[in-house]
Write a protein that binds this ligand. Structure first.
Ligand code: FES
Ligand code: MG
Length: 585
């Protein structure tokens, strides 16, 4: 840095540390001219460069990410708040990740987007940042990237869509697709009805309104302290969502003045609050991977086993896919604060954990009313008992696997069955409806090659479609095991995230059709009944898959970590702060 802009560490005449942005906009000479003059081509008055906090608005708007397509308008409300509080808002785009369009899977690009976020924040003149998040992967990508810079940051979720309505009934995004497509395959729903449902399911701006990954992550944002109260559930179209964005804009300016950096919020206690909240909302298994990755960015020790902290917590919220209602109902019932209050009353919340509004989480929720006990059930008569994610171990998953018991058929949580193996997702699609496939409902479906390296990208294919001949018997669930993930809107007795994955040479790679597998969720056990000697013999014959030849795929496959470590890139773990030693000229 040249001598005329190296004012990072010196205090001003009031004894205050100058803001980070002053190293760009607060300097004289050629460099100050360069930084300010070009910005003025946007009509920014000179006095806006007087040392006021510069707030970046990190926006994942894209017409290819329908869940975030309203974010440019929502960002305008953030700007109102920033200006009211005396800050200068500057919006910038980052890579957007739309769950429904991206191939091979949006998860393939979570780490790439997080790199975009991290470097965009660090390289630019900003003192604090608003993270505009919505569709599944946009939330972890922005939190992870921002955490590696550790500026003051506040996440604003875009809000869920209104309830889907189809022929007089509620239908949930995602969940309804899985249900209705099985009905079409079973012959109980016509193709015409199925097509009509397309426009009935997703009928307003916003993200999935089931308790899928987007709503789960919006709830994680709120429970971990990174969002304002009610961040999770206000519908995207409700004017109160715009007010929330407005308030976030005001608040981030104060956070800069308070130097309230992310590491002060993302403590071990905050993560534990989020884990227990995930159980209480019946949240997505994807949160396991995302929160572990986030913790490793900010330097908090968090292991897969720590998810057992939530395993005894009941599911209070009766929302699809585990239950009946949708996010709009959750908001009218009192929203996430009403859930957090119950956790606090039962000693399941670290009450002192700090949140972005500057208050302890308990101060935000202790008086939160519950207006509808059908939607937010009571701890004494919970929607589901012991609902948290269970972490399984055994010779089939030495580094762990997960299952969401609340989304599974209870009788399958202890099950022993004959494996029917699909080496790839293509083989699954080709064979699953083949009438000659030797399979019935007592079998255990096993899918390989769906993990981070194997797919590549760690796809949401773990909730394998059931064989048509099983569906015709009226059976809707079977034990399924894979190294993949499952959409947060999906359900079933599905064991996910098996680690190490098949493509990394995990024991999953060695399973053969006909092997017996034992699942015992209460005992946290996933056992392959094959001797060590036989497994060793099979291992010798196993061939490691080749890396992709070039480009991002190559980078991804060579650096992605396993599911139990959050599937981040090895070189992205940790953070580098916000300082940059050199200017561009
Ligand atoms: Fe975007 Fe579900 S597809 S949130
Ligand atoms: Mg999803």
């Amino acid at each position: 840095m040249s001598s005329d802009n190296s004012n990072d560490d010196k205090n001003d005449k009031n004894g205050k540390k100058p803001l980070r942005s002053a190293a760009w906009f607060g300097i004289q000479g050629k460099d100050g001219f360069l930084h300010r003059s070009w910005m003025k081509n946007q009509g920014i008055p000179h006095d806006n460069f007087d040392g006021r906090p510069v707030i970046g608005i990190c926006n994942t708007w894209s017409e290819l990410t329908p869940c975030n397509a309203h974010f440019r308008e929502l960002a305008e409300y953030v700007k109102r708040g920033v200006r009211e509080a005396g800050g200068l808002p500057l919006e910038f785009p980052v890579m957007s990740l739309g769950e429904t369009n991206l191939r091979p899977t949006a998860m393939m690009f979570r780490n790439l987007a997080s790199m975009d976020v991290e470097e965009s924040i660090r390289a630019n003149p900003m003192d604090g940042v608003i993270l505009m998040v919505g569709c599944d992967k946009t939330t972890p990508a922005l939190l992870m990237g921002a955490a590696s810079c550790n500026l003051p940051a506040l996440a604003v979720s875009g809000g869920p869509m209104l309830n889907g309505r189809f022929r007089g009934k509620h239908i949930g995004s995602g969940t309804g697709v899985w249900q209705m497509s099985e009905e079409v395959r079973a012959g109980t729903m016509s193709q015409e009805e199925f097509t009509e449902a397309e426009s009935c399911m997703n009928r307003s701006r916003g993200h999935c309104m089931t308790m899928g990954t987007a709503s789960t992550m919006a709830s994680m944002v709120e429970s971990i302290g990174m969002g304002l109260p009610h961040n999770a559930a206000i519908p995207a179209v409700d004017a109160r969502r715009q007010v929330l964005a407005h308030m976030a804009g005001r608040r981030i300016v104060e956070m800069v003045r308070e130097d309230l950096t992310m590491d002060k919020i993302l403590t071990r206690e905050a993560f534990e609050n989020a884990i227990r909240t995930n159980a209480a909302i019946g949240g997505s298994t994807n949160a396991v991977v995302h929160l572990i990755a986030l913790a490793r960015r900010i330097g908090v020790e968090l292991s897969l086993e720590d998810w057992e902290l939530g395993s005894d917590v009941p599911c209070l919220v009766n929302l699809q896919p585990s239950g009946e209602y949708l996010m709009e109902d959750l908001y009218y019932a009192g929203g996430l604060p009403a859930v957090l209050r119950q956790l606090g009353e039962r000693g399941l919340l670290h009450k002192e954990a700090l949140t972005v509004n500057g208050k302890a989480i308990w101060d935000n929720v202790k008086d939160a009313p519950n207006y509808d006990e059908k939607v937010i059930t009571n701890f004494d008569a919970p929607f589901k008992a012991k609902a948290g994610i269970a972490v399984l171990k055994g010779n089939l998953a030495p580094n762990g696997a997960v299952i969401k018991p609340s989304a599974a058929t209870a009788s399958l949580l202890k099950h022993r069955g004959r494996a029917v193996v699909f080496e790839t997702v293509e083989e699954l699609h080709e064979k699953v409806d083949d009438e000659s496939l030797e399979i019935d409902e007592t079998c255990v479906m096993v899918l390989k090659g769906a993990g981070p390296r194997g797919y590549p990208g760690f796809a949401e294919v773990g909730n394998m479609p059931l064989p048509a001949k099983v569906l015709r018997k009226g059976i809707t669930d079977m034990v399924r095991i894979s190294d993949g993930r499952m959409s947060g809107t999906a359900y079933g007795a599905v064991v996910l995230h098996v680690s190490p994955e098949a493509a990394a040479g995990g024991p999953l790679a060695l399973v053969q059709t006909g092997d017996m597998i034992e699942l015992d969720v209460a005992a946290r056990k996933l056992h392959l009944e094959v001797s060590d000697e036989e497994l060793e013999r099979r291992r010798k014959a196993w061939v490691k898959p080749e890396s992709p030849a070039r480009g991002y795929y190559k980078l991804y496959v060579e650096h992605v970590q396993q599911a139990d470590q959050g599937a981040d890139f090895d070189f992205l773990v940790g953070g580098s702060g916000a300082a940059v030693p050199r200017d561009s000229h």
